[in-house]
Ligand binder design. Structure first.
Ligand code: C2E
Ligand code: MG
Ligand code: MG
Ligand code: MG
Length: 284
C-alpha cells in the first residue's frame, strides 16, 4: 500500500506541475495580444496624506481581464512578463496611459501625483530614460507629478547602472520611490547609496508598530517622504498614525479603482479625522 501511495503521490505531483506549466504558457501566449485586444486597464489606488486622510496621489496598478481566463492578477502575470521580456511593452503601455490620465487631472486642476511600477528589466533597458522623457513631453506632464516605483531587485541587477539611471530620471524632475521597503533583503547601507525621494514601507510591516516606526524614522533621517502601504483596517491606521508617517495607502482608504472613481474621490473626499476614515470601497 505504501508503494501505491508513493506512486500516486508522484503522479499527483506530475499532474499539478504539468498544470502549472500549461497555465504559465497560456498566460505567456495570451499576454502577447492583451494590449491589441484591449484587455488591459489601469486601476488607480489612492495615496492619502496623514493624519488628515486627504488623497494626494494614486498608484497605477495594471489589470488584465481575459475573456476565458477572467481577471488575472499582476502578482501572477507580471513575473511571467518579466521573464519573457514582454514587460517592456506592457511597461511602456502603462507609462503612456498613466501619463495620459495624469495630464487630464492636472489640466482639470487636481493637485495630484501618479506613481507607476517599473520592473528591473525596464529600468535597465537602454532607452528607458528617453522613453520617460518622451512620454512626459507627449502628454505635457509636469515631471514632478510622476513617481516611478522601483524595488531593490533592480539594485541587484547592477548597482552602478541603477544609480546612474535614477540620477538621470531625477534630473528630469521625476520622483523615485523605493517600493516594498522592508520586505526583502535590502541592506540599509545600500539605501544610503541609491538616490530616491520616497520610501514605501511594505505592507508586511504594517501590523508591527515597532517596525513601521523604525522604517519611518530611517526614511525621515534620510530626508525621504514615507508612505505606509497596506493599511487595511483602523488598527493599522492608528498604529501608523503614531509613527508619524506622512502618507498612507491601503484598502481602508480605497482599492485600485478606474480613473473616474479616483477622480470622484479627489473632488469630494472631505478631510477626515483618522477615527472616521472611509470604509473599504470600490473594486479590484
Ligand atoms: P505593489 O507595487 O507593492 O502594489 C501594491 C499592491 O498591494 C497592489 O496589488 C494593491 O492592490 C495591494 N494593496 C494595496 N493596499 C492593500 C491592502 O490594504 N491590503 C492588501 N492585502 N493589499 C493591498 P496588485 O494590484 O495585485 O499588484 C501586485 C504587484 O504587482 C504590485 O505590488 C507590483 O509589484 C506589481 N504590479 C502591478 N502593476 C504593475 C505594473 O504596471 N508594472 C509592474 N512592473 N508591476 C506592476
Ligand atoms: Mg508599487
Ligand atoms: Mg509595494
Ligand atoms: Mg508589493
Amino acid at each position: 500500500a505504501a508503494k501505491l501511495n508513493g506512486k500516486n503521490r508522484v503522479e499527483l505531483y506530475d499532474e499539478s506541475f504539468d498544470r502549472t506549466l500549461r497555465r504559465r504558457s497560456t498566460i505567456e501566449h495570451e499576454l502577447r495580444h492583451a494590449i491589441d485586444k484591449k484587455q488591459l486597464t489601469l486601476a488607480f489606488q489612492p495615496v492619502v496624506a496623514l493624519p488628515q486622510v486627504r488623497p494626494v496621489g494614486a498608484e497605477a496598478l495594471l489589470r488584465w481581464n481575459h475573456p476565458d481566463l477572467g481577471s488575472v492578477s499582476p502578482g501572477e502575470f507580471i513575473p511571467i512578463a518579466e521573464e519573457t521580456g514582454q514587460i517592456e511593452a506592457l511597461g511602456a503601455w502603462v507609462l503612456h496611459q498613466a501619463c495620459r490620465q495624469l495630464s487630464r487631472w492636472v489640466t482639470d486642476g487636481h493637485d495630484v501625483w501618479v506613481s507607476v511600477n517599473v520592473s528591473p528589466r525596464e529600468l535597465h533597458s537602454a532607452d528607458y530614460l528617453a522613453r520617460v522623457r518622451d512620454v512626459l513631453r507627449a502628454h505635457n506632464v509636469p515631471p514632478s507629478r510622476l513617481v516611478l516605483e522601483v524595488t531593490e531587485h533592480a539594485v541587484a541587477v547592477d548597482v552602478v547602472e541603477f544609480r546612474r539611471v535614477l540620477a538621470a530620471l531625477r534630473a528630469l524632475g521625476v520622483r523615485i520611490a523605493l517600493d516594498d521597503f522592508g520586505a526583502g533583503y535590502s541592506s540599509l547601507g545600500q539605501l544610503r547609496q541609491i538616490p530616491v525621494d520616497i520610501l514605501k514601507i511594505d505592507q508586511e510591516l504594517v501590523g508591527d508598530v515597532a517596525l513601521v516606526d523604525v522604517a519611518a524614522r530611517i526614511g525621515k533621517r534620510l530626508g525621504l517622504q514615507v508612505i505606509a502601504e497596506g493599511i487595511s483596517d483602523q488598527a493599522h491606521h492608528r498604529l501608523v498614525a503614531e509613527t508619524g508617517c506622512q502618507f498612507g495607502q491601503g484598502f481602508l482608504f480605497g482599492r485600485g479603482v478606474p480613473a473616474e472613481h479616483l477622480e470622484a474621490m479627489l473632488v469630494s473626499m472631505p478631510p477626515l479625522r483618522h477615527d472616521t476614515a472611509v470604509s473599504p470601497s470600490g473594486s479590484s
